[in-house]
Design a protein around this ligand. Structure first.
Ligand SMILES: Cc1cc2nc3c(=O)[nH]c(=O)nc-3n(C[C@H](O)[C@H](O)[C@H](O)COP(=O)(O)OP(=O)(O)OC[C@H]3O[C@@H](n4cnc5c(N)ncnc54)[C@H](O)[C@@H]3O)c2cc1C
Length: 395
């Protein structure tokens, strides 16, 4: 049965990333015939986004990272899938999605449209040799740009910047990282753990310019020239901007939904508009924006239950994040922003065990690198959940 067969307006999922497909799979485990439609701006290929930052280490091209094409996914999930179709608005009152002039009715709507890359000012991002990598299409473009070249300049020393640095070194590229922060992964790792990762990357040959910003990028004779705020000039072949992601909220806000840093939802992933839910990188669940795979998988399971008549709140335990820097394996479970505590740090070379404890000694978060990474599971059990079970079940 296709999505529009019968009289029932379908569940419409916007986005074919890990969130959209995880939800579709979870729904199909519960109901083979529920009318289901997915709309996506891209080609609908199913892929695992975390693999984008291990492409050179694992020697995978963009085509090899795609696990299944849209047609195969639509058939497997018994749903209508509209690819290369950008949703341009939502009309919660009419229960319709807008695609240009077209209006499409939904029974329930799930916004799983992810996050946008933060774009640096035009003086930096306007140059053709600058790119960012946030989906398979971007990755394909990057692989084309870098083909036959050796020097990559990475702007940003966050988790993704560090992962790309390690991956590109493994692929044989000369890598220079530029970031205004004075440590790598600021806000995610305490300084000693960040220091261990940076030193390990340096030992692999990655060069760092920390505490400086890229002011402009220009192209001369096929090369990128990056002007830094300290007066230095770097030359490279390709510049990758990896300065962060921001949940896509504009269309939701324009449709009258409440947004904060992401699209605001309760624990049932329900937005402020009836029958509209948000999942994955675009969602802010009770104040938490967690742009990682584990939270969206747990969200997809709970939401599939809710949408098939069994209201189920999301439960998020402690969810450690593995940083894919094989030169210095790292796992981190950041303490909640509001938590009050202090870091206890042990360090030997690149092996760091940093424990964030409250005044009574309770563990609120941790970061482990090198030999201490194996302790990640045990430590996670001691850390309080991100979202404890809900006190009562809503309808
Ligand atoms: C390089 C990299 C490495 C990562 N590594 C890890 C890791 O190791 N572990 C981890 O837990 N997390 C990792 N993450 C984060 C993780 O990959 C994301 O949290 C997750 O993939 C987000 O999935 P999503 O479906 O919510 O969003 P997306 O994958 O961004 O999907 C959004 C979808 O919405 C579609 N869309 C957007 N706007 C519209 C519109 N207006 N109309 C129609 N369709 C639209 C897009 O085409 C796309 O199909 C990594 C992220 C990156 C970028």
């Amino acid at each position: 049965m296709t999505a529009t067969q019968g009289n029932q307006a379908p569940i419409v999922i916007i986005g074919s990333g890990l969130s959209g497909y995880s939800l579709a799979r979870e729904l199909r485990k519960r109901d083979r015939d529920l009318p289901l439609m997915m709309i996506t701006a891209d080609d609908g290929a199913s892929y695992s986004k975390p693999m984008l930052s291990t492409g050179f280490t694992k020697a995978k091209t963009a085509d090899e990272l795609a696990q299944a094409e849209a047609g195969a996914m639509a058939e497997q999930l018994n749903m209508e899938l509209r690819t290369h179709t950008r949703v341009t608005g939502i009309d919660p009152e009419a229960h319709e999605v807008l695609i240009g002039d077209e209006r499409l009715a939904y029974g329930k709507l799930v916004l799983a449209w992810g996050a946008d890359v933060i774009r640096l000012p035009e003086a930096v991002s306007g140059c053709d040799r600058v790119c960012s990598i946030n989906d398979l299409e971007d990755y394909r473009h990057f692989r084309t740009l870098v083909e036959g070249h050796r020097r990559v300049i990475l702007l940003g020393a966050g988790l993704i910047g560090c992962e790309y640095a390690n991956d590109l070194r493994n692929g044989g590229y000369e890598v220079t990282v530029v970031a205004p922060s004075t440590q790598v992964m600021p806000g995610l790792l305490p300084e000693p753990a960040a220091d261990a990762v940076r030193q390990a990357l340096e030992a692999e040959g990655v060069r760092f310019h920390l505490g400086v910003a890229a002011e402009s990028v220009s192209e001369e004779n096929g090369q990128a020239r990056v002007q830094l705020s300290d007066g230095a000039m770097l030359q490279g072949d390709v510049v990758v901007s990896a300065v962060g992601l921001r949940p896509r909220t504009e269309l939701a806000a324009a449709g009258g939904l409440k947004v904060g840093h992401g699209i605001r939802t309760d624990r049932w992933l329900a937005t402020s508009a009836p029958d509209i839910y948000a999942l994955g990188d675009c969602a802010e669940v009770e104040g938490h924006v967690l742009m990682y795979v584990m939270p969206l998988m747990a969200g997809a399971r709970a939401l599939a239950a809710t949408l098939t008549g069994e209201p189920t709140p999301v439960k998020w335990g402690a969810m450690p994040v593995m940083v894919k820097t094989p030169c210095c394996p790292t796992a981190v479970c950041p303490p909640a922003q509001s938590s009050d505590g202090h870091w206890d740090v042990q360090r030997e070379g690149n092996s760091v065990k940093a424990l964030y404890r409250d005044a009574r000694g309770g563990l609120l978060g941790f970061a482990v690198t090198g030999d201490h990474v194996i302790e990640k599971q045990a430590l996670s059990k001691e850390v309080p959940p991100v979202l404890a079970p809900a006190p009562e079940v809503a309808g």
